[in-house]
Write a protein that binds this ligand. Sequence first.
Ligand code: COA
Length: 159
Amino acid sequence: MNRVEKARISDVAQMHQLINYFADKDEMLARPLSEIYENIRDYFVVREGERLIACAALHVIWSDLAEIKSLAVTEDSQEQGIGAQLVAACLNEAKELGTPTVFCLTYRPAFFEKFGFSQVDKMELPHKIWAECYRCPKFPNCDEVALIYRFEVPASSQD
Ligand SMILES: CC(C)(COP(=O)(O)OP(=O)(O)OC[C@H]1O[C@@H](n2cnc3c(N)ncnc32)[C@H](O)[C@@H]1OP(=O)(O)O)[C@@H](O)C(=O)NCCC(=O)NCCS
């Protein structure tokens, strides 16, 4: 199976192409090249030789919140567990960073529910996340579903 690795600058052109291929089909949000370069350290990728076949990003928002965004797997590589590997890599990094919650905005809620995400009202998310929504062509009529993943709080810190 192809490995999940951190993205490199040389992946950006193919990441941009992959994300915007699905954005053109209204399946996810478009990302400009500049935004991908600026946030390159957020991204994980899966490569098959020279070809990029999947990507996803974990973006830290605040002390208690991070977001999984721009998850995309090329059509001919779907249904092989690659999307699941990328979600696992993002959750693993979030756990290592110490963030207690991870959210996503998606048109594929059932996919994220498989990994323990639960649907929440978008209004429950902090206002800080709306900063990028103002740039979205769909704003203010967002039709994505919000989901949250909460890491279990260790028993010692519940007192
Ligand atoms: C959604 C997407 C990332 C899934 O990637 P994938 O590599 O095909 O997913 P996986 O093979 O890892 O699937 C993992 C599990 O989720 C299931 N699954 C896959 N796509 C699903 C969907 N759209 N809805 C519900 N379940 C889904 C699989 O059947 C599999 O279930 P199993 O473990 O019981 O067999 C991929 O279809 C994609 O890139 N779509 C276009 C862009 C997009 O919609 N991104 C979503 C986030 S914004």
